[in-house]
Design a protein around this ligand. Structure first.
Ligand SMILES: [Zn+2]
Length: 270
């Protein structure tokens, strides 16, 4: 494990870029959005938050130590255009792949953390994402530490074919070993959490929470309507719908998550 501090945050607070709110589509500066924790000051809609901003929001100051930060994806099955897509995703996100992992403290409680990054191919789950999260759970099991995970994902990474689907079983196995040793796992589903991530580690938490309004589901609404011929309600697969149907334990506003998670970690501290 590296003892490096996490790298400098991208300078969102100095950004002069104009962006569109993902919800109301109003234009505003990236700086204004970052100042509001990526919650739109116009409509209150939750915009996707960069992984390192989440870490800064969650962790006690200067406690995050990144793990396996140098691991990078390769084009293992020579999938057309994947090398170019990887290069573009790195430039867009500033990350080497779709998840940031490490150890930290939250409200004084030691924890292992993984935070997926939407700007890297919409958090799609390839071999590196699976490897890093499985390694994190193995480290946490070895050191009797809880895991807190933030998911955002369009699902398995199709450019890695069957190898991406294997990650579901690999990470689920690591989660199970961690759980069998009596360790706590909390997952927070953010918008969107779908596909192979939902079908594996996003739904394996002892406590599963979500952000307000997040899309949480497996297959998309249109696909299900086409296959079943059933018209689905507008709220289908929203966090609120999933809470009402028992898929989630709670919906926690962004500004309350650090205290909420810190409290649960303190209760389960060994
Ligand atoms: Zn808005």
């Amino acid at each position: 494990m590296s003892d490096m501090k996490h790298k400098e945050l991208p300078d969102y607070l100095g950004s002069t870029l104009t962006v569109k709110c993902e919800k109301c589509k109003e234009e505003l500066s990236e700086r204004e959005l970052a100042e509001h924790g990526f919650i739109c000051p116009r409509c209150g809609g939750y915009n996707r938050m960069p992984a390192r901003m989440r870490l800064a929001m969650l962790c006690d100051e200067d406690t995050f130590r990144e793990m396996n930060e140098c691991v990078e994806s390769e084009n293992l099955i020579s999938f057309p255009d994947y090398d170019e897509k990887l290069a573009a995703a790195k430039a867009k996100s500033g990350e080497r792949d779709g998840v940031v992992c490490g150890t930290a403290r939250i409200c004084g409680n030691p924890v292992c953390l993984f935070v997926m990054e939407s700007k890297f191919m919409m958090g799609s789950m390839g071999t590196v994402v699976g490897d890093k999260i499985a390694a994190l759970f193995e480290y946490a099991a070895k050191h009797s530490l809880p895991v807190v995970g933030y998911t955002v994902s369009g699902g398995a990474r199709m450019q890695e074919g069957m190898l991406s689907l294997w990650q579901m079983a690999k990470v689920s196995g690591a989660v199970k070993k961690h759980s069998n040793a009596g360790n706590f796992y909390l997952v927070c589903c953010t918008d969107p959490t779908t596909g192979g991530v939902t079908a594996s580690y996003a739904m394996l938490g002892d406590v599963i929470i979500a952000e307000p309004g997040a899309l949480v589901g497996f297959a998309g609404k249109r696909v299900i309507e086409q296959v079943t011929g059933v018209k689905l309600p507008a709220s289908f697969q929203s966090a609120e719908f999933q809470l009402g149907n028992g898929f989630l334990d709670d919906i926690v506003p962004r500004e309350e998550q650090r205290g909420y998670i810190g409290h649960l970690l303190a209760i389960h501290r060994k």
